[in-house]
Design a protein. Structure first.
Length: 137
C-alpha cells in the first residue's frame, strides 16, 4: 500500500491551473492570460507585443548559444520562457535566473533583488559621539 502511494507521488506531474507544461507551451500568450488573476492578465494583455518580441529574441539567442540578458524587469513570465536561463539586470550586475513552472504569471524583477544586505564594519573616527571628542593625533 505504501509503495503504491510513493509511485503516485513520483508520477504526479507539475501543473498550472490544471494544465500541464506541454499544454501551456502550445498556448498563445493571450490564451494563457485567461488563466491568470485579473492584475496579471491586464498587464500581460497590455505587454503582449513586447513579450512576443522578447520570446522570439530569446529563442534566437538559444539557437546561437548566446546568453540571454535583459533590463526588462517588469515583463510577465509566460510558459514559452520556462526552462530558459535569463540574466536579469539588478542595476549593477546581471543575476542569472532559471525560469521554472512556479514562476508563471510573476514578473522577472521579483527574482533578481536590487538591494543587498548591509554589511557594517567597525566604526571609524567620528562615527560615534564618544570618538568625536578624542584627538585625531
Amino acid at each position: 500500500m505504501e509503495e503504491d502511494n510513493n509511485e503516485v507521488i513520483r508520477k504526479k506531474e507539475l501543473t498550472f491551473r490544471g494544465k500541464s507544461i506541454e499544454e501551456l507551451k502550445k498556448m498563445e500568450i493571450r490564451e494563457f492570460a485567461t488563466l491568470l488573476k485579473s492584475n496579471e492578465k491586464r498587464t500581460l494583455l497590455r505587454q503582449y507585443d513586447s513579450i512576443q518580441r522578447f520570446v522570439i529574441s530569446c529563442q534566437e539567442k538559444i539557437q546561437n548559444n548566446k546568453q540571454i540578458k535583459t533590463h526588462l524587469r517588469d515583463l510577465v513570465i509566460v510558459p514559452k520562457l520556462v526552462g530558459m536561463r535569463i540574466a536579469i539586470h539588478t542595476g549593477k550586475e546581471y543575476t542569472p535566473i532559471d525560469i521554472s513552472l512556479e514562476m508563471l504569471g510573476h514578473r522577472l524583477g521579483e527574482f533578481a533583488t536590487t538591494r543587498s544586505k548591509v554589511k557594517h564594519g567597525a566604526a571609524g573616527i567620528g562615527a560615534t559621539r564618544s570618538s568625536a571628542s578624542k584627538s585625531v593625533k
